[in-house]
Design a protein around this ligand. Structure first.
Ligand code: HEM
Ligand SMILES: [Ca+2]
Length: 605
């Protein structure tokens, strides 16, 4: 590879002109304190020359011109002018038959779960909740340019759909994303969604993506986050049912958590992570207070928050990305090997692009397993539940040792092997029985989301990545089987029309990684920005808040097993947290927790 920090991958300059409109025309003026040692809650003032870069509620960028029929928002057509195949048709033809789970002997559930945890740190692209309550109440053949924007792209279901056809269902709910022009008073054309999360890996999914939210999560006592103690255990605070996202609409839900990110209650895995990281923040704050009784609540909170943010960056770059993208690839500046320290490149815009959030980083949806296992302290599987039946129902997690059992289950069980398909349950019955439009197909939604936000076609992004050009279906034979190519020919008018997520999912995984080359390139581009464009990156030198070498060295002894040991009743963990038990050396929690040594943080009063 080239030099680690500089020419690594793909950074192709600024992308289309529309990327700068928000900053030229709509951005509020922000005054920054260049000497601040902590991140702001919303990510502003990280980049002092462009203070809103990477902050929450700024537009996604585009790597490539938007793919819209009218250049502004209408879903693109095929090159011969015909409509694109409906997302469900693509799912049925190419993917659904292969949707059974097969076990991944190398990776347990944490690989997928940590990925989603980081997703919620860096991107939040919600559908527009305003307008008609149900888009499917509008007959699909009556949809035209006067239809409310949110409802212009419901997913049409074929009459002979093997799952939905039986019930005569012909429409699946889909709401278009909120955009800068429609929802945030900034007329950017082509339409562009706003990222409501801070792009930086700063654990904003735990703390909140804005200062108002962040304050509402704090106890203002000893630097701690608010918690709810239930049966003597600490959980995230409980949320009032009214107005909450995801717990509403299910009658049997009594527990509903409040989190820095609104998706906290989506399913057991993400809820568990939110709870254990909340607990861990409080463990760290308590330890810091013990060492520094003279520190104020504010200092304790900020130091604990900075520690958790740094730890998550370490887990992403040291542990997670090498498995996702392949070690030999990440060793060129995207991991922590070779003692590379991070140099700051203020010209790098640490924003996410629609190509990433709308398509490429959804490829790991193919690692979501159908069932979650409760495993007790004797390693007996006491229950196994279907993910889709328990979405938005976090209730069981507060009972007895259920949270410990779920985390133990995620640790011991083999994950879902990354195949070009999502599991059968989320391909047909996501949010099963949920009042607000249950029985969804996540893959159809992902395909439609890509079209909604104007993600360019697969072939264009592949070329952007510098991969060998594909000019015809036949050229695909270097990467795909004849059978798949035949199906693609039946779906799309030409090879140029393929959706990015479809191509990215079908590509064979790269050596030592779990995604194909196009996804690898697009993910690398973002994780590169989020490292070299983050002035507060944990090992950045020469900044007002830079960590001392002693603190850095203590931090590098930390890992996800340590977090799990400190916050659950598990008494042993695999030394490589992403490996299923039986493949990785087990370490005793009482030994492993010795790594949680904060003495470098001791300061004299
Ligand atoms: C059980 C696990 C998961 C479930 C049930 C789930 C479900 C969902 C749903 C319902 C959406 C919204 C789709 C839309 O309306 O456009 C979404 C978005 C997304 N998911 Fe997942 N997901 C899971 C795990 C993951 C994982 C493992 C990753 C990546 C490593 C991931 C990456 C994403 C991304 C990047 C988005 C777009 C988010 C945004 O910008 O708002 N998800 N997921
Ligand atoms: Ca963030």
């Amino acid at each position: 590879c080239k030099t680690a920090n500089e020419d690594f991958v793909i950074y192709h300059g600024d992308g289309p002109q529309s990327n700068s409109i928000y900053y030229d025309k709509c951005a509020p003026t922000v005054t920054c304190n260049p000497n601040a040692i902590y991140r702001t809650a919303n990510g502003s003032c990280n980049n002092l020359e462009n203070p809103l870069w990477g902050s929450s509620e700024t537009p996604y960028i585009r790597l490539y011109e938007a793919a819209y029929n009218d250049g502004d928002h209408e879903v693109r057509k095929q090159s011969n002018g015909s409509l694109l195949p409906t997302p469900r048709k693509v799912q049925l033809s190419l993917f659904l038959k292969k949707s059974q789970d097969s076990p991944d002997h190398n990776n347990n559930y944490h690989l997928s779960q940590f990925g989603q945890w980081i997703t919620h740190d860096i991107t939040l692209l919600p559908p527009d909740p305003s307008g008609p309550k149900r888009c499917c109440s509008i007959p699909i053949n009556e949809i035209n340019s006067n239809t409310p924007y949110q409802c212009q792209l419901p997913i049409e279901l074929p009459m002979d759909d093997p799952v939905y056809g039986r019930h005569g269902r012909t429409c699946m709910e889909f709401r278009r994303a909120m955009t800068a022009a429609n929802n945030f008073n900034c007329s950017i054309s082509p339409q562009i969604p706003m990222n409501q999360a801070t792009s930086y890996i700063d654990s904003s999914q735990l703390y909140g993506h804005t200062s108002v939210k962040a304050n509402s999560m704090r106890s203002f006592n000893g630097g701690r986050l608010l918690t709810e103690v239930i049966n003597e255990n600490e959980y995230c605070p409980l949320r009032k049912r009214s107005g909450s996202l995801l717990c509403d609409g299910r009658d049997n839900v009594t527990v509903c958590f409040e989190g820095g990110d609104p998706r906290i209650n989506q399913h057991f895995g993400i809820t568990s992570y939110s709870i254990i990281f909340t607990r861990f923040h409080n463990v760290v704050a308590d330890k810091l207070q013990e060492l520094n009784p003279h520190w104020s609540d504010e200092v304790l909170y900020q130091e604990a928050r900075k520690f958790i943010g740094a730890l998550n960056q370490i887990i992403v770059y040291r542990d997670y990305l090498p498995i996702l993208l392949g070690k030999s690839f990440t060793s060129c500046g995207l991991d922590l090997s070779n003692n590379i320290t991070t140099k700051y490149y203020p010209e790098k815009h640490a924003a996410l692009h629609v190509e990433f959030a709308g398509s490429a980083f959804r490829v790991p949806h193919n690692t979501i397993a159908s069932c979650y296992n409760y495993v007790d302290k004797d390693y007996e599987t006491v229950d196994s539940v279907k993910l889709n039946e328990w979405m938005s129902i976090p209730d069981p997690l507060v009972n007895g040792s259920k949270l410990d059992e779920i985390v133990r289950g995620m640790t011991t069980s083999e994950g879902r092997f990354y195949t070009p398909s999502y599991n059968y349950l989320i391909s047909n019955f996501m949010l099963h029985k949920h009042e607000n439009g249950g029985d969804l197909d996540l893959l159809s939604i992902d395909i439609q989301r890509g079209r909604d936000v104007g993600v360019p076609q697969y072939i264009k992004m592949r070329k952007w990545c510098g991969l060998p050009e594909i000019c015809s279906f036949e050229d695909l034979s270097k990467i795909l089987s004849e059978d798949v190519i035949e199906k693609l020919k039946n779906l799309y008018a030409t090879v140029d029309d393929m959706d990015l997520i479809v191509g990215a999912l079908l590509e064979p995984p790269v050596d030592g990684g779990t995604v194909g080359r196009t996804a690898q390139c697009l993910l690398a581009d973002v994780f590169h920005r989020l490292r070299y464009g983050d002035r507060f990156f944990f090992d950045m030198e020469g900044q007002p808040g830079s960590y001392s070498p002693e603190k850095l060295s203590s931090l590098k002894h930390m890992d996800l097993p340590c977090v799990i040991c400190a916050t659950t009743k598990m008494d042993e963990v695999p030394s490589n947290i992403f490996e299923p038990i039986g493949y990785s050396k087990m370490v005793k929690c009482q030994d492993h927790l010795l790594n949680l040594d904060l003495s470098a943080w001791r300061e004299s009063p």
